[in-house]
Design a protein around this ligand. Structure first.
Ligand code: ZN
Length: 321
């Protein structure tokens, strides 16, 4: 099996009104929409699939590509799942997203017939005033939460957190949260599209876009002390440096900065998703190569053991656990 380039599924107007122009202007995304809110870079979710964009399978949906070549290309870690394990996106938020919560696997499989959703955000950059809401700032009861919600004051109970370039935030299932206007980030999550909206910074509960009853089923009412991931040290090599960000229950994420060249090893336990946030160059392996530029995604099947990134690359290297 050979590495392949991916073409992302783009979410724009009229259904995704929250986005900006950065994905088009800087990340080479093309969509017939004035703004682009999300780019689903690694997705086999039926709502918006990545397409294979190089090699003999060019044009296939990622899910069909995996079906054609067998689950072995996802690696041994993913054999326990009956569907593609991860979903990775660019998010460009020009407005606040809804205050929301996601269910865990147990609830989601039972009620929604898909996995739950743990997610994390990585910020390569952040506006001066970029912030997010994540987790309760105190232990609360369901009654206190509902009283505040009805009064339109639910934000009194939620951590408002400023984000900086290089920050990573983990949002386990059950955590109240929202990305706010001015944030641009990469989201890595379980392969799920289940969101329970709680509040939209104005409308009162009862608005048809809310799912308060299900949110009450899954909310974690404990105080969240610190949402930031304690990342590993930056390790420098000749021509590149790496920083391990997190090994969660579902994914393992590393930041990779290449200035010249990086010889890397894949393994049989997981595929690798390379997401280029900045730079350009080539991914080279025994028998082939793919060029990349800012905004590109490359899928390396499990079992492609040695590969090399030549050029400049700032981005994330993601694996399924
Ligand atoms: Zn969310």
């Amino acid at each position: 099996m050979e590495p392949v380039k991916l073409k992302s599924a783009l979410m724009g107007l009229p259904y995704w009104p929250l986005g900006g122009t950065k994905l088009r202007d800087e990340f080479h995304k093309v969509l017939d929409s004035e703004t682009i809110a999300q780019s689903w870079e690694l997705s086999a979710h039926e709502f918006g699939q990545s397409l294979i964009d190089s090699g003999p399978d060019k044009g296939l949906k990622l899910g069909d590509y995996v079906a054609k070549h067998g689950k072995e290309i996802l690696g041994t870690n993913s054999l326990k799942y009956d569907r593609f394990p991860l979903l990775i996106k660019f998010l460009d938020n020009k407005k606040n997203l809804f205050i929301q919560v996601h269910p865990d696997d147990e609830y989601a499989f039972r009620v929604e017939h898909e996995p739950g959703k743990m997610e994390m955000y990585y910020f390569f950059e952040a506006d001066e005033n970029a912030y997010i809401y994540v987790g309760f700032n105190q232990d609360v009861t369901e009654e206190e939460f509902l009283n505040k919600l009805v009064a339109g004051e639910v934000l009194d109970l939620v951590n408002k957190v400023k984000v900086h370039p290089g920050d990573a935030v983990l949002v386990p299932a059950g955590t109240i949260h929202a990305l706010c206007a001015g944030t641009f980030c990469i989201e890595i999550q379980q392969n799920s599209n289940t969101t329970y909206n709680i509040w939209n910074f104005g409308e009162k509960p009862g608005h048809r876009g809310f799912q308060i009853k299900k949110a009450l089923d899954v909310l974690n009412y404990h105080k969240l002390e610190n949402p930031f991931i304690q990342q590993g040290p930056i390790v420098e090599y000749d021509g590149y440096k790496i920083r391990h960000i997190v090994s969660s229950k579902y994914f393992d994420i590393t930041r990779l900065d290449v200035t010249k060249s990086a010889k890397l090893k894949a393994s049989k336990d997981s595929f690798i998703h390379l997401l280029c946030y900045d730079g350009s160059g080539e991914v080279v392996w025994n028998g082939g190569h793919i060029s990349y530029q800012k905004g590109d995604s490359i899928f390396i099947p499990a079992g492609v053991l040695d590969y090399e990134i030549n050029g400049s690359f700032v981005g994330l290297l993601s694996k399924a656990l």
